[in-house]
Structures are given as structure tokens and as C-alpha cells.
Design a protein around this ligand. Structure first.
Ligand code: HEC
Length: 199
């Protein structure tokens, strides 16, 4: 009896939070319709997962490999074609922040969409690995706009799966999760820098 009541309260709170989240999402995307709304919603949910992950790498929340893996997997399933299919040519209207450059440099755009899945999956695979030294404070305040890498030296614009072994997802999966996390944040900012209106 008591147990059931408790569960119901938990259910109510969960339900209320879900409604609140949905409401604020709708508000932020006011006026967006159709495919533009769909991709803004997708990006917003990717952003939410990324926030969970980022807080743990910045040390503002305790690191929880299980949560990192779940959030990274979620992002991993939304890159590649799941992203590119929401950008039919010229679909810029309403509150969209997408830039026409997307269709002028489609190869690069879709490569970055692929990288989103590649590095999110690498992070999911690496989530249980020992974390690198000094990582808590190292990236504090960096957030999504920072392309800085805890490995130093690497070029933030090199966020591509080819080239340096540091960009090889199979190698990243065996390393400290912060390396994959850095590649993932670089992928977000590389795409936003070139293909999304400045905030
Ligand atoms: C392949 C390119 C690309 C990648 C990679 C990418 N984004 Fe985006 N993102 C965009 C574009 C383009 C928009 C603007 C879409 C629009 O307004 O039509 C956007 C919009 C957003 C928004 C605003 C959504 C809203 O509420 O309107 C957030 C948040 C966001 N991205 C987070 C992220 C995060 C976090 C990552 C990395 C984990 C990421 N994005 C990776 C292209 C990308």
C-alpha cells in the first residue's frame, strides 16, 4: 500500500518534469514548423545529452560511466543520416539558425554529421576506461564552444575520423574517455561554426 503510493508520487513527478521539458522546448522553438522544428528538437535533445556528459567531464557532477554511455549512445544514434535527412536543400525558414553554406558544402556537412555518431560511439565505448589526469578542472568553463583538447597540441579543426591516430575512433575507444569527449565537442563546434548562425 505504502509502496504503491510512493511509486505513484515518483510517477507524477517524472510526468510533470517531462511536461515541463516539452513546454520549454516548444517555447524555444516558437514558430518553427515541419522539418525545421524536427531538427531543432533533435539538436536540442542532443544538446541535453551533451550537457549531462559535459557536467561530468567538467567535474560539476560526479562521473557516472553508465550515464555517460547512455547519453553518448543517444547522440550516436542521431548523427549521420538521422541528421542529414532533416536538412533538405534550402530548408531555412522561421526561426531556423541553419546557414545556406550547408548546401554549398554538403560533403563537409555530412562528414561532420557522420563524425557526430563516430565520436559519440567512441565515447560510449571508452566510458569505463580510466579517466585522464587533471581532467576535472582542465576543461572547466570550456563547454561546447571550446575546441580545446586535454591532449594539447591537436588542431580543433582536425575533428575528423581520418588522419591522425588521435582521431581514429577505434584508438579513442581504448583511451581515457576525455579524448573521445574532446573530439565530440570539437565536432559540435566545427559544425556550428561553419553551418549555424552565430548566437
Ligand atoms: C553536422 C552539423 C552539426 C553537428 C555535428 C552538430 N550540430 Fe547542433 N546544430 C546544427 C545546425 C545546422 C543547427 C541549427 C538548426 C536550425 O536552426 O535549423 C544546430 C542547432 C543546435 C542547437 C540549437 C537547437 C535549438 O534549440 O534550436 C543545439 C542545442 C545544438 N545544435 C547542439 C549540438 C551539440 C551539443 C552537438 C554535438 C554533440 C551538435 N549540436 C552537433 C548543426 C550541427
Amino acid at each position: 500500500m505504502h509502496k504503491t503510493a510512493k511509486r505513484n508520487v515518483g510517477y507524477l513527478i517524472g510526468g510533470t518534469l517531462a511536461i515541463m521539458a516539452a513546454t520549454s522546448l516548444a517555447h524555444a522553438h516558437g514558430g518553427a514548423t515541419g522539418i525545421v522544428k524536427e531538427r531543432m528538437d533533435l539538436m536540442a535533445s542532443v544538446g541535453k545529452s551533451m550537457k549531462t556528459i559535459t557536467e561530468m567531464f567538467q567535474g560539476t557532477k560526479p562521473y557516472d560511466a553508465e550515464q555517460v554511455r547512455a547519453a553518448a549512445r543517444f547522440i550516436g544514434t542521431h548523427g549521420g543520416e538521422q541528421t542529414t535527412k532533416l536538412f533538405p536543400e534550402g530548408s531555412i525558414n522561421g526561426p531556423s539558425e541553419a546557414l545556406p553554406a550547408i548546401w554549398q558544402d554538403w560533403d563537409k556537412f555530412s562528414k561532420l554529421a557522420d563524425d557526430l555518431s563516430v565520436y559519440a560511439r567512441a565515447l560510449a565505448d571508452a566510458a569505463d576506461n580510466p579517466r585522464g589526469a587533471g581532467m576535472g578542472a582542465a576543461r572547466r568553463g570550456g563547454g561546447l564552444s571550446s575546441g580545446g583538447s586535454p591532449m594539447g597540441r591537436s588542431n580543433p579543426m582536425m575533428g575528423s575520423a581520418s588522419g591522425s591516430p588521435m582521431n581514429d575512433p577505434a584508438v579513442l575507444a581504448t583511451m581515457a574517455p576525455n579524448a573521445a569527449f574532446a573530439r565530440l565537442t570539437q565536432t559540435c563546434s566545427a559544425c556550428h561554426t561553419q553551418f549555424r548562425k552565430k548566437q
